[in-house]
Design a binder for this molecule. Sequence first.
Ligand code: NDP
Length: 436
Amino acid sequence: EKRNPGESEFHQAVEEVARDVMPFVADHEAYQQEGILERMTEPDRIVIFRVCWVDDKGHVRANRGYRVQFNQAIGPYKGGLRFHPSVNLSILKFLGFEQIFKNSLTSLPVGGAKGGANFNPKGKSDREVMRFCQAFMMELHRHIGPDVDVPAGDIGVGSREIGYLYGQYKRLANTHTGAITGKSIDFGGSHVRKEATGYGCVFFVENMLNHVSDGLEGKTCVVSGSGNVAIYTAEKLISKGAKVVTLSDSDGFIYDENGIDDEKLAWVIKLKMERRGRIREFAEEFGVEYIAGKGPWAVPCDLAFPSATQNEISEEDAKTLVKNGLQGLGEGANMPVERSAVKVFQNAEVLYAPGKAANAGGVAVSAMEMTQNSMRLSWSRDELESKLQGVMKNIHDNCVTYGSSEQNSKKVNYVKGANIAGFKRVADAMVAYGVT
Ligand code: NDP
C-alpha cells in the first residue's frame, strides 16, 4: 500500500498470488534468499505517454497511453492492450502481474506485460479509431518488437484496432515482423487466435469436469459479456452439447431459456463485430427476456463463464449462484470474481478455475502466432485447435499437481495450483539469472 498507493486492483491481484505462493516460498530457500516474490511484484519498466489525435470535428483530443513491461524472465514481454475509459495504472499493473503467471502456465516462452489507454472506442467513427491507434503507436513502437515486447488485443482492441496498430507499426519500423498478435489471417495472423480464449476456457472446464468423472453435455451455462471471449466460449459450449442461456454487455443481459443455438450466435457475431450493436437487440430479434442494469448471475445454472470484465461477480452474486446449484466456473475474463466471492465458491467446493489458468488459451495461441511468424509459415486450423487443447490439458494437470489436497487427489484447489505452477517456472529462471 505504501509503495503503490491507491492501486486497489493491483493489491488484490498480488495478495491473491502471495497467499498461495508464500508457504511454497518458505519451503524453498533459494526463492527466499533471492527475494523472488518481492522482485516479481515490481515491474521491469512502465511507459506512460500522451496520445494526441484529431476527432472528426477537427478538435484535438488527448488521452493517456501505457505499457507495463512486468517480467521477461522466460520470454519477450507479452500481453494485451486495453482501450476503455476505466483504464488506469492500477488496472494495467494487475493485468500485467496476472499475465506473468498465465504466460508461464502455458509452458511457452513468453514474459508478462499489459498496456492500453483510457480511450473509449465506443461511439467513435472508424476514422477516429484509426487516428487514435496511429497516434498511440507513434510512441509505443519504440518499446516493442518481435523479440522485445509483443502486444495483442483485449477489451476494446479487436481485429479492427489491431489492423490499424499493426499498419502503423509496420510503417514506422519498416519491417513486417510478428511484433503484434491477433492480426488478420491475411497479414500474419493465426487460425484459432480469435476463438482461443473462449475455446480454451471451455476445454479447461471440461478437463475439470472429466477429473471428477463428469462432462459438459447437457449442462446449463450462464455466460457474461458478448465480446470476443464470450462469443467463442458460447460457440464451443454449444458444440459440446451444453445449453447457453445468457449473454450480456455493460447495459444488461439476455435470458434465452431454450438456449442460444449456432444460428442465433452467428447473429450475435454480426451484431457485435460488424454493427457494434447492443445485446438488448437480441431480445427484440428473438423475443426473449432482456434484463437491464444487471449481470446474469441470478439465472440458475450448472456452469458459469464470466467473460466480460474484472470484479463482475460480487459475494452476493456468488451466494446466489451457489444456492442455485452451481457446479463449476471458468474465468474467461481476468479477475471477474471479487475476493470475498472466491471464498464463497471455494467453501461450497465449486470447481473454480481462475483466469490465469482458464483464459490462458488466448495468449498460448498468440505465442503460436509468434512462432508461425518467425517461421513464415501458417499452421492449419485443426493443428492449432489440437495444440490449444494440449496446452489447456497441460495447464489443468499442472494445477492438479500443485493444487490437489494430500488426502484426496480429486479435490483440487485450482487457484493455488495455478499460482504455484505459474510462479515456479518464472522464479527458477530468475534464480538462475542471479540478481538482475
Ligand atoms: P471485448 O471488448 O471483445 O468484450 C468485452 C465484453 O465485456 C463486452 O460485451 C462489454 O460490453 C463487456 N464489458 C466490458 N466492460 C464491462 C463492464 N465494466 N461491465 C459490464 N460489461 C462490460 O473484450 P474481450 O472479450 O477480449 O475480453 C473480455 C475479458 O476477457 C477481459 O477481462 C479480458 O481481459 C479477458 N481476456 C481476453 C482475452 C482475449 O484473448 N481477448 C485473453 C484473456 C483474457 P460493452 O460492449 O457494453 O462494453
